[in-house]
Design a protein around this ligand. Structure first.
Ligand SMILES: Cc1cc2nc3c(=O)[nH]c(=O)nc-3n(C[C@H](O)[C@H](O)[C@H](O)COP(=O)(O)OP(=O)(O)OC[C@H]3O[C@@H](n4cnc5c(N)ncnc54)[C@H](O)[C@@H]3O)c2cc1C
Length: 386
């Protein structure tokens, strides 16, 4: 390990690699950068999906695109045409491999896998000292992408816990043109549970069950729901499991850690990367990585994720508060939202790129009463965070 770096990135996952790759692209202006990742090797541990906003830099990594999506409950179905902004999938392994290749050929970036920090970074004059089991180094600037702690009840308004399997069936059972974004057919009134199906061919799909709730759940707690969801989807066909993935995403973090020290920036999923009402973070991370790398390349300090506009924050907060207070209303709320909002407006809103007119369209699509009733409690809840 070299003894001094301009930038040390803690964590080489989505945020860390995204920023490092942008820095490598600066060529001679790329700061001396070290990425410390605890994993010894990358695996295909997740799929990143998002709606095409015309700005994706990862076109060659996209495995599949869908022009149509559905949301359904026991009372109906909404079919959404997203042909202009298709929903698209990047397998994590493609993203990791592409990033590693780009960092390997850059003389100013070093990715160290299997890195174990022996303590938290500490101040050493104008620098940060970082100690690992392989030695120590000094950094002018630290970008910390590690999660701030384990998911715990109370740290987010809701937790999005999910567990899924990519399966391959022996007969054609899926429609590869349509994703099932939310299927509430087996909803129960005490929890918000839905199935998410991403078919990449007629025989193969990622089937996932997701629960939104105040308590984070690990994969085993959703095992029964997942096996039930798969059985319903394959309709008697035999299948094999190719891969499994699971996650717990914050929806409405109670406190986003702000930088408290000079040249130490906290970013990633638990520092404002995730869109509160959806948990989507991939594109927000890409936008942050673009701006942060630009600033570092110009010799300015690094930046964290920008705060969302006030109106969006208020809407997200009220939306999550209603879901938390009325899990039994979730299927109707989501169905109404997708059925009554123009698809392009809805997609911009979900992707965190909404304009004022999009917000109004979304508000107009929601059943008004539960939201009005929730306003006082949402305000109290917001106050009680501080
Ligand atoms: C299974 C799954 C599917 C998802 N699907 C989507 C999706 O479809 N669309 C979307 O927009 N978002 C999705 N997300 C949410 C989000 O995009 C991802 O979680 C994304 O990986 C977050 O990026 P990150 O950099 O914050 O965290 P990570 O990508 O998890 O990176 C953090 C890195 O820090 C490393 N690390 C942790 N502790 C240490 C340490 N002490 N020392 C060194 N390294 C350390 C970890 O090993 C990891 O590599 C998904 C999340 C999961 C888990």
């Amino acid at each position: 390990m070299q003894s001094q770096y301009d930038v040390v990135i803690l964590g080489g996952g989505c945020s860390g690699l995204s920023l490092a790759v942008r820095l490598a692209e600066l060529g001679p202006r790329c700061p001396q950068t070290l990425i410390l990742e605890q994993r010894a090797a990358y695996t295909n541990d997740r799929t990143w999906c998002f709606w095409d906003d015309g700005a994706t830099r990862h076109l060659p990594l996209i495995q599949h695109r869908w022009p149509t999506m559905t949301v359904q409950s026991n009372v109906g179905q909404a079919t959404i045409d997203c042909g202009k902004t298709p929903y698209q999938l990047i397998p994590a392994e493609a993203f990791y491999q592409d990033s590693v290749e780009r960092l390997t050929v850059c003389p100013s970036t070093t990715l160290q896998l299997g890195a174990q920090l022996t303590g938290e970074p500490s101040r050493a004059g104008h620098y940060w000292r970082i100690e690992t089991t392989d030695g120590s180094c000094l950094a002018s600037s630290v970008i910390d992408t590690r999660p701030s702690g384990p998911p715990i009840q109370g740290a987010a308004t809701l937790w999005q816990s999910f567990s899924g399997q990519e399966i391959e069936c022996d007969t054609a059972v899926f429609d590869p043109n349509t994703i099932n974004l939310m299927d509430f057919s087996t909803a129960d009134p005490f929890r918000i549970l839905f199935t998410y199906v991403l078919p990449v061919s007629t025989h193969r799909a990622l089937v996932e069950v997701t629960q939104f709730g105040p308590e984070p759940l690990t994969g085993p707690s959703l095992a029964h729901d997942l096996s039930d969801a798969i059985s319903r989807r394959v309709r008697g066909a035999s299948y094999r499991t190719l891969r499994a993935e699971e996650g717990i995403l914050p929806m409405g973090l109670q406190s986003v850690r702000k930088p408290t020290e000079p040249n130490y920036i906290k970013v990633g999923l638990t520092a404002g990367a995730a869109r509160p009402c959806t948990g989507y973070a991939f594109q927000r991370i890409q936008r942050w990585a673009d701006s942060c790398a630009k600033r570092l390349g110009e010799g300015h300090p690094a930046i964290g994720h920008p705060a969302d506009p006030l109106l969006l924050r208020a809407m997200d907060h009220l939306f999550l508060s209603v879901l938390r207070a009325h899990p039994e209303k979730a299927p109707d709320i989501f169905l109404s939202l997708f059925a009554n909002t123009q698809s392009d407006r809805m997609i911009r809103f979900l992707s965190g790129r909404g304009r004022l007119a999009d917000y109004w369209n979304v508000i107009g699509a929601l059943p008004i009463l539960p939201f009005l009733q929730q306003v006082p409690q949402a305000l109290w809840w917001q106050e009680s965070w501080r």
